[in-house]
Write a protein that binds this ligand. Structure first.
Ligand code: ADP
Length: 475
């Protein structure tokens, strides 16, 4: 592809040159010859008419001598590089610039006919056999009374016209050559602006296709080529990033599955071979149960995330009371709260607050956030859930006064499997998938979720939802 594009361009350039020369050699050459012929004929006819109206008329009126008219014709003939003749309508030569006048001799132009010029005023030929080579001949009538007394005839060598046309044509060829040389600039521009960048881009795509996604290349131009190059390298960087994410993801999944499986296997083997005595079985079976619960949770989380990603998140939006959802979710944590002596404080905007969203998914969001808030709270503390409406939005906040999230982790907690070092001691059952699910759901709704957190003081997660117009009807 690389070579052919350039070859095609050069081929087009050569074709352009060939056609250029063909056009000049045929049309332009014909046009130049026609132009020279017509111009010369015009000039000669004007001259012939002038002679017909002056010396020739005077000669026929016997006002001047044949001798002096001959001298004039000779001078004009020399000046015009032509032969000038005065002929009677019958073809008899009255005066000829080529020969001295001799009244005793009667010389005729055999077969002379003034209609030889046809509808034009000039003709090309050997002028009734007078010449061996071709002449351009013009005829101007000499009028006297109401009849034509004779003709002034000027014969100009046709070869001179052809020579003039050829020299003019040579100028055209020269111009054409200059034009071709100048148009080489286009070729240089094409090479610099299109061909070289395109080659770089092609090399880059080959590298990317071969899997070298970190291949770097530069096309420093702000035109479409530059845009194409930067889009391509952006695309490659994105693919590289996704590949890295994918690898990280697989590594995390394997790790998170392997550790509970190893402990389950270890405990079960110990029970079977008697290392753990039967009276201790219940304790270790409970640990095994916890581990399987964690594995189930992990699998469910992964499945949810996968569904969210692949189905482009099909939301079943309805108008529902978010306050009611908050109440239900907090009720489901009653047992856990009691154990940890954590109180849930609800600060709800009104009795009912309708939003337009997917109820089940939002319940899952709230569940994950409240679960985290309780998990990372200290005993004897309060988790506050607040709903407020502002213009067309409803804001839901889940706030705890627990361990908080260090600043450097605040961007990463949304990533799959990410857990802060701070939280590891407090929570062993976490999968690190909860917040990824939360973020995907909120994003699918076209809404935002924000975090305000200070290490050691607590965290607040606030997300927005579209407010339903049903609230206005209730008021
Ligand atoms: P997990 O299942 O581990 O809770 P999440 O995705 O829900 O997974 O949370 C990711 C990590 O973010 C947690 O492991 C924890 O380190 C941190 N985190 C989330 N919520 C809180 C919170 N309310 N307070 C402190 N840390 C939190």
């Amino acid at each position: 592809m690389k070579k052919t594009l350039y070859l095609k361009f050069i081929l087009a350039y050569i074709l352009f040159a060939i056609f250029g020369f063909i056009v000049v050699a045929t049309f332009v050459s014909g046009m130049t010859l026609d132009h020279c012929k017509k111009k010369e004929a015009d000039d000669l006819y004007r001259e012939a008419t002038l002679i017909a109206n002056t010396y020739a008329t005077e000669l026929y009126n016997s006002e001047v001598s044949l001798e002096s008219v001959h001298n004039q014709l000779k001078a004009v003939g020399t000046y015009l590089n032509s032969d000038v003749m005065i002929l009677n309508p019958s073809g008899r030569v009255v005066c000829d610039s080529r020969t001295e006048p001799d009244p005793s001799k009667e010389i005729y132009v055999e077969g002379f006919s003034p209609s030889v010029t046809g509808s034009s005023y000039y003709t090309i030929g050997n002028f009734f056999g007078q010449y061996e080579s071709q002449r351009l001949s013009v005829l101007a009538p000499i009028a006297g009374g109401y009849r034509i007394k004779g003709y002034v005839c000027i014969n100009y060598p046709y070869a001179s016209i052809q020579a003039e046309a050829t020299s003019l044509l040579n100028i055209s060829y020269l111009e054409l050559i200059v034009l071709f040389v100048l148009s080489l600039i286009i070729l240089i521009f094409f090479t610099q602006i299109v061909y070289i960048p395109l080659r770089r881009i092609t090399t880059a795509t080959e590298q990317y296709a071969a899997g070298n996604m970190h291949y770097q290349f530069g096309v420093e131009s702000s035109d479409e080529m530059g845009y194409l190059a930067s889009t391509l390298s952006y695309m490659a960087a994105e693919i590289a990033r996704q590949e890295d994410d994918q690898k990280k993801f697989v590594a995390n999944v394997s790790h998170d599955f392997r550790s509970p499986l190893t402990s389950i296997k270890g405990f079960l083997e110990a029970m079977i071979d008697g290392t753990i005595p039967p009276e201790m079985h219940e304790k270790y079976l409970n640990i095994v149960l916890n581990e399987t619960t964690r594995l189930t949770k992990l699998t469910n989380g992964l499945l949810t995330l996968n569904n969210l990603n692949t189905s482009g998140m099909l939301l079943h939006k309805t108008e529902f009371d978010i306050n009611q959802t908050v109440r239900q979710v907090s009720a489901s944590f009653e047992q856990t709260c009691r154990k940890r002596r954590v109180a849930i404080e609800l600060v709800l905007g009104g009795e009912e607050l309708y939003v337009n969203a997917d109820a089940d998914r939002i319940q899952q969001v709230l569940y994950n956030l409240v679960d985290n808030a309780i998990k990372f709270s200290h005993n004897d503390s309060v988790v506050r859930i607040e709903t407020t409406e502002k213009r067309s939005k409803v804001f839901v906040s889940v706030k705890d006064s627990g361990i908080g999230i260090p600043k450097q982790d605040q961007n990463q907690i949304w990533e799959r499997f990410y857990k802060t070092d701070l939280s590891r001691g407090k929570d062993k059952s976490g999968t690190g998938l909860g917040l990824s699910i939360v973020r995907e759901i909120i994003r699918a709704h076209g809404e935002n979720i924000n975090l305000i957190s200070t290490e050691g003081i607590g965290s607040e997660f606030i997300f927005s939802l579209p407010r339903s117009e049903k609230n206005d009807e209730l008021e």
